[in-house]
Design a protein around this ligand. Structure first.
Ligand code: BG6
Ligand code: MG
Length: 210
């Protein structure tokens, strides 16, 4: 049984994962380092600071606290530039139909995202009104794969973890959902989403399951 669905944002509801990649890639190139879209899978779902730490580790670079703050600021500026024109057209296939269906069935809806930009993205894409609870990067201390973001979502909805279903496009998010004791469906390609109960290519596939 599913009484609540907790959605990841970037790469599940909205097509923003590519913009995170572009901004990180640009930042890394500025540091004389390049990484591929395959390596990028490891950055998905991970907080801004932990993403930077990973890139610096891959590049074999050490930076001071002040330098890191400046890099984080720069990355976010580039990311915000890239998503400035974000609109409902950037909703991923099936997102709206699934949100509508869940609302119609009385299933609660929460956001469980690592992003500190989540609210602005929900507003620009016109879906903020669907959510009964919003847990984003400003509300959590620990990055996925820690389950904090999803446990806070369940708590805000008043639903026990076992009745929550998480929808995720990142391996870190699948691991976080499992650590929270929740059901989890991966959105994307199975090889990047190990341990999911099911993997679908897009959310539209799920509309008839509720
Ligand atoms: C996650 C993305 O949703 O949010 C990551 O998958 C991103 O790529 C993280 O780094 C933090 O986002 P933001 O918007 O706070 O930099
Ligand atoms: Mg994601």
């Amino acid at each position: 049984t599913v009484k609540a669905v907790i959605f990841d944002l970037d790469g599940v509801l909205v097509d923003t994962a590519i913009y995170h990649f572009q901004a990180w890639h640009r930042l890394a190139e500025g540091l004389g380092y390049s990484f591929s879209i395959v390596d990028n899978e490891q950055l998905k779902g991970v907080s801004r600071i932990e993403s930077l730490e990973l890139i610096l580790k891959w590049a074999g670079l050490e930076k001071s606290k002040t330098e890191k703050e400046e890099l984080l600021r720069q990355k976010n500026l580039w990311y915000l530039e890239l998503i400035e024109q974000l609109s409902p057209a950037h909703l991923l296939s099936g997102s709206l139909d699934l949100l509508e269906k869940l609302r119609e069935k009385g299933i609660k809806i929460a956001l469980g995202s690592a992003s500190k930009n989540a609210l602005g993205i929900l507003e620009k894409t016109g879906i903020v009104g669907y959510f009964d609870a919003l847990i984003d990067g400003n509300a959590v201390q620990l990055s996925k794969p820690n389950p904090e973001v999803f446990l806070k979502g369940a708590e805000a909805l008043g639903t026990a973890a076992a009745y929550c279903l998480v929808l995720e496009d990142a391996q870190a998010g699948i691991d976080a959902a499992r650590a929270a004791g929740m059901q989890v469906i991966g959105v994307g390609q199975a090889e990047n989403l190990k341990g999911a109960d099911l993997v679908v290519a897009d959310l539209g596939t799920l509309v008839d399951k509720f």
